[in-house]
Design a protein around this ligand. Structure first.
Ligand code: ARG
Length: 232
């Protein structure tokens, strides 16, 4: 690295999709969020520096797969399908899908979304869980390139609901009191999922990051970062 502090550390290139607050979002031209702080802590512990770029979701996945990017950090859920093409760090965050609808919506659970237009971020678990309920080629499931675009579609009335990760749904509603939206949870039709740091298959970083993540969990750093972004 050339910037002088801890000069022996290699800089890892990291891809993300930064419209996913509070995990990653753009502020003054920089990517910020829970994931950014956690990855910085883990990488530092493992002896690396990171250069996080808002590549977008698809380019992140493609880049980590062909190893033009070292790491993907984007609230990426660990699942069996992805494990065929990638390695993941140990899980670092529990999540579950949640529904966001307009304040006056009569939707009370995921089954109520039958026949309604659902916005999801393309290629995410929001899409997977919606398709599980309503079918893979259901034309009422509208896929958007970014998380922000799915929310915009709800604001525009292009969709009746968004299905996304609970912390992101809650943050969106909290930060947008003027937008007249609410969250609906459904622990029957959605199930728990866990985020992991996305790595190329066979990456030497896997064991280093797991060790570092355990350290960060043990020494209070994780708790500090958690408190910063989610309160006590
Ligand atoms: N956890 C979900 C998944 O892995 C959504 C992640 C979306 N992340 C993002 N930064 N837009 O499919």
């Amino acid at each position: 690295s050339s910037n002088g502090t801890s000069s022996g550390d290699k800089t890892l290139s990291v891809g993300t999709e930064a419209t996913f607050a509070p995990f990653e979002f753009m502020k003054k031209g920089k990517v910020e969020g829970f994931d950014v702080d956690l990855l910085n802590a883990v990488a530092k512990e493992a002896g690396y520096k990171v250069d996080i770029k808002n590549t977008g979701w698809d380019a992140m996945l493609a880049g980590v797969k062909d190893e033009s990017i070292d790491v993907g950090m984007a609230g990426v859920t660990i699942n069996d399908k992805r494990k065929k093409s990638y390695d993941f760090s140990l899980p670092y965050f529990e999540s579950i899908n949640m529904i966001v609808v307009g304040k006056d919506s009569t939707v009370t659970n995921a089954k109520d979304l039958e026949g309604k237009k659902i916005g999801v971020q393309n290629g995410t678990t929001g899409q997977i869980s919606s398709e599980k309920l309503f079918g893979e080629n259901n034309k009422n499931i509208l896929k958007y390139e970014t998380s922000a675009m799915a929310f915009m579609a709800l604001e525009n009335g292009d969709v009746d609901a968004v299905v996304t990760d609970n912390a992101v749904a809650n943050e969106y509603v909290k930060k947008n009191p003027g937008k007249k939206v609410k969250t609906i949870d459904d622990k029957t039709n959605f199930s728990s999922e866990y985020y992991g740091i996305l790595l190329p298959k066979g990456s030497e970083l896997k064991s280093k990051f797991d060790k570092a993540l355990n350290k960060v969990l043990d020494n209070g750093t994780y708790t500090e970062i958690y408190k910063k972004w989610f309160g006590v």
